[in-house]
Design a protein around this ligand. Structure first.
Ligand SMILES: C[S@@+](CC[C@H](N)C(=O)[O-])C[C@H]1O[C@@H](n2cnc3c(N)ncnc32)[C@H](O)[C@@H]1O
Length: 241
């Protein structure tokens, strides 16, 4: 079971006629997993700053696409949501604690928020050069990618305290690190590796070493000797009052 299926399972959408919001939905991978649950939610509000939702989801009558800034008050009435899910969004937000206060406001009493984040500092790559791998991961987590306003490579491990300090009740915390053995373009490992390359682009010497590192990882993957994993942390919160 993949990350998005796990999130959908933790959101526990299989039993009622639920209204769900996916905050920072991206292309809609968690939305898709939510809809695949049986019987699935009645409505999923897919919210993001940009409109990247996959076409088939845009045409699904159960999906409402909303473009909104999650740094602003959530575009929902008080107590209007049964479930909230949000994956890999918190690091981008100016005030993640305020975001959880907003989640509390829009959830009905008894509603659940499932908030997940990869802890990018835990990126594990097999490579022939462990020291260079460590250096590249360090540079990656220290850098804010040019396509983001903010980043926090340690957000996964910070989620628990954010949840404890929020007005919601912490129900559970989960973590997992799925094994990935592919390094194809577009794979999760490849995307993180590209982030590592971007993080060293101002250092010509390191850029050249990083490019060689990517090729060595590609060779390991071609030989079936490559493993990548990253720890995801997920908190499940409930509105009790
Ligand atoms: C790493 S992606 C995760 C997408 C999706 N949740 C997933 O796991 O596949 C982060 C998403 O958060 C969105 N995002 C970041 N900051 C935002 C903000 N202030 N308001 C709305 N969306 C935001 C980005 O546009 C992006 O789609």
């Amino acid at each position: 079971m993949g990350r998005h299926q796990r999130l959908a399972e933790l959101a526990d959408v299989g039993t009622e006629d639920l209204v769900v919001a996916d905050l920072g939905c991206g292309t809609g991978r968690t939305v898709r997993a939510l809809l695949a649950s049986s019987p699935g939610p009645r409505l999923v509000h897919a919210v993001d700053a940009t409109s990247d939702l996959d076409d088939d989801l845009l045409h699904d009558a159960r999906v409402v696409s909303r473009v909104a800034d999650l740094d602003a008050p959530l575009p929902f009435a008080d107590a209007s949501m049964d479930r909230i899910v949000s994956m890999n969004v918190a690091e981008n937000l100016a005030d993640p604690a305020e975001f959880l206060r907003q989640c509390h406001r829009v959830l009905r009493v008894g509603g659940l928020a499932v908030i997940g984040h990869s802890d990018f500092d835990t990126a594990l790559f097999t490579s022939p050069d462990d020291e260079l791998t460590r250096l590249l991961v360090d540079r990656f987590v220290a850098e804010v990618p040019h396509w983001q306003n903010r980043a926090d490579g340690f957000m996964g491990r910070k989620l628990l305290s954010l949840g404890v300090d929020s007005p919601l009740t912490l129900v559970d915390v989960h973590s997992w690190a799925d094994p990935h053995r592919r390094f194809d373009e577009g794979s999760l490992a490849w995307k993180i590796a590209m982030g590592m390359l971007a993080a060293v682009r101002d250092d010509p010497q390191l850029t050249a070493r990083a490019a060689g590192w990517v090729e060595s990882v590609r060779s390991l993957a071609d030989a079936g000797r490559f493993l990548f994993s990253i720890t995801d942390v997920v908190i499940v919160l409930r509105r009790d009052s």
